[in-house]
Write a protein that binds this ligand. Structure first.
Ligand SMILES: Nc1ncnc2c1ncn2[C@@H]1O[C@H](COP(=O)(O)OP(=O)(O)O)[C@@H](O)[C@H]1O
Ligand SMILES: [Mg+2]
Length: 468
């Protein structure tokens, strides 16, 4: 995820949209609940005072002007006076308030309206009536104090404080809007962070960029516990379509050098080697080819389970010379040209057995009899089995499951194969999400639209229309 294009950004956002929306809604709801039910409302009111004596304003214009200037200077002095201990303590005493000086001054603010002679005493309290009382009492005590100290009577109340029943705090709409924006931002940030930290292969471009290999097929993720032989049981599913595409692409890569024995491996376990070997072998067999599928995973053989055959005897017995292929191979019921050879008993030395001359001569012998041999194997990142096998097979199909294995591990697996000069013919991207995650679907849209999915949808629509 080094280079993110605008398109990627868009699809990341679409992919994470439910989370982003959920976070936004949750933030708005929390802010709403806090604003409406938890936070105690605060009310605000103020009195306006003016410095200067109205009666002076009648006569001399110049005098008037000078006095205004003087009064404006006085305003700052008076502003300080309002919050003086003398005034505050008197107000607290007069109103019988249970309040400290600091609490009081936190509730009261004195605003000097710039270049005027106006002083505003603003009071905020949880009780709107108390707020008005404090404001009015403060104004009164302040005027008395001015009279006492300055010996002048030049402050007038212009507006008495009235209880204001509309709270100034909390502001639910504003709080909810801010919370919504925050929730949205956190959601977007989180989704980009997760995408950024996600080091798995997610698209065909990722494969090409990190591995320098071609993607020969993209297999959709199917629901259900264990994926079996869908390419046999459900010929019209997108899953089966994907295998037809894979079969065609393998044929293309077989043009220069015939690929008859093909290993299916992956970097780590459970990426879908067995699932893909099985369905690939079956889809090739359906093309009138004689196919032998061998379970070469001598560590965790699974093929027999997927098709419901026994694994008492198999490849290992043949390699030990105890049985012939005919003795232990299973012909798939319903598809005469499809043969499955289970692993047989697990040996103590799988890599040795798979790299033995016997294995080579066994493979050489079946090459003549079959059109295609698919070898399901162990993960290349864990054991050397598939690297060893690659010497005697013609090519390797490298399976990787979308969003499952760390790119570094996938790269290391590929490097191990490169070291033994294995012929990796390409990558199969497995478990491609088809629903819900638009981001992935976008990248794989081509597969499903081009190879048969879309025409079927159109047909359905036509039918529906015909009914109507
Ligand atoms: N295309 C797919 N969609 C959904 N599940 C899959 C798909 N391919 C494989 N699986 C599941 O992943 C698990 C591992 O698959 P398997 O083929 O056994 O992997 P491996 O052989 O690489 O260990 C199984 O449970 C299988 O059903
Ligand atoms: Mg397996």
């Amino acid at each position: 995820m080094e280079e993110i294009s605008l398109r990627d950004l868009f699809f990341i956002l679409r992919k994470w949209m439910p989370l982003i929306i959920a976070l936004t809604v949750i933030a708005v709801v929390i802010a709403g609940v806090l604003s409406f039910y938890v936070l105690e409302p605060e009310y605000q009111t103020f009195t306006t005072l003016m410095v200067g004596k109205p009666k002076d304003y009648q006569s001399d214009a110049r005098l008037e002007y000078n006095e205004i200037l003087l009064n404006q200077k006085l305003v700052s002095t008076y502003g300080e006076l309002v919050k003086s201990r003398t005034v505050v303590d008197k107000v607290i005493g007069n109103l019988n308030l249970d309040m400290s000086y600091n609490t009081f001054t936190n509730k009261v603010s004195v605003n000097l309206v710039k270049d005027t002679e106006i002083i505003k005493i603003q009071v905020t309290d949880h009780d709107p009536y108390l707020a008005a009382d404090i404001a009015n009492e403060t104004a009164k005590v302040f005027m008395d104090t001015v009279k006492e100290i300055m010996k002048v009577e030049n402050v007038q109340v212009i507006d008495d404080a009235q209880p204001n029943l509309i709270p100034v705090k909390p502001k639910p709409k504003l709080n909810m809007a801010i919370a919504g924006v925050l929730g949205l931002m956190i959601g977007v940030f989180f989704s980009f962070l997760v995408e950024y930290l996600d080091n798995t292969i997610k698209s065909e471009e990722d494969v090409e960029r990190h591995l320098g290999l071609a993607v020969l097929g993209g297999i959709p993720e199917v629901r259900g516990k264990d994926v079996g032989l869908i390419s046999m049981t459900d010929p019209k599913s997108p899953f089966t379509e994907a295998f037809r595409t894979l079969r065609t692409n393998i044929q293309f890569s077989s043009i220069d050098k015939e690929i008859k024995a093909l290993i299916v491996t992956s970097a780590s376990p459970t990426e879908g080697k067995s699932t893909i070997s099985l369905n690939l072998a079956s889809i090739i067999a359906q093309n009138n080819k004689k196919v032998l599928l061998i379970d070469c995973d001598l560590r965790k053989p699974k093929l027999h389970e997927k098709v419901g055959i026994t694994n008492f005897e198999g490849l290992t017995n043949v390699l030990m010379g105890e049985r012939t292929l005919e003795d232990v191979v299973h012909q798939y019921v319903g598809e005469n040209s499809f043969y499955i050879l289970p692993s047989g008993p697990i040996p103590p030395n799988p890599a040795e057995l798979l790299g033995s001359n016997r294995m080579k001569s066994f493979l050489d012998s079946v090459r003549e009899e079959f059109d295609m041999i698919i070898l399901d194997s162990s993960p290349v990142g864990l054991v050397t089995d598939s690297a060893v096998l690659s010497n005697i097979a013609d090519g390797i199909l490298y399976v990787t499951a979308v969003g499952q294995t760390d790119i570094e591990i996938i790269k290391e697996g590929k490097e191990l194969l490169d070291k033994v000069k294995a012929n990796i013919i390409g990558v199969v991207l497995n478990k491609i999400p088809t629903r819900g995650r638009a981001y992935y679907r976008y990248h794989y849209y081509q597969y499903y639209s081009y190879y048969g999915n879309e025409p079927r949808k159109k047909k359905k629509k036509k039918k529906r229309r015909a009914k109507a």
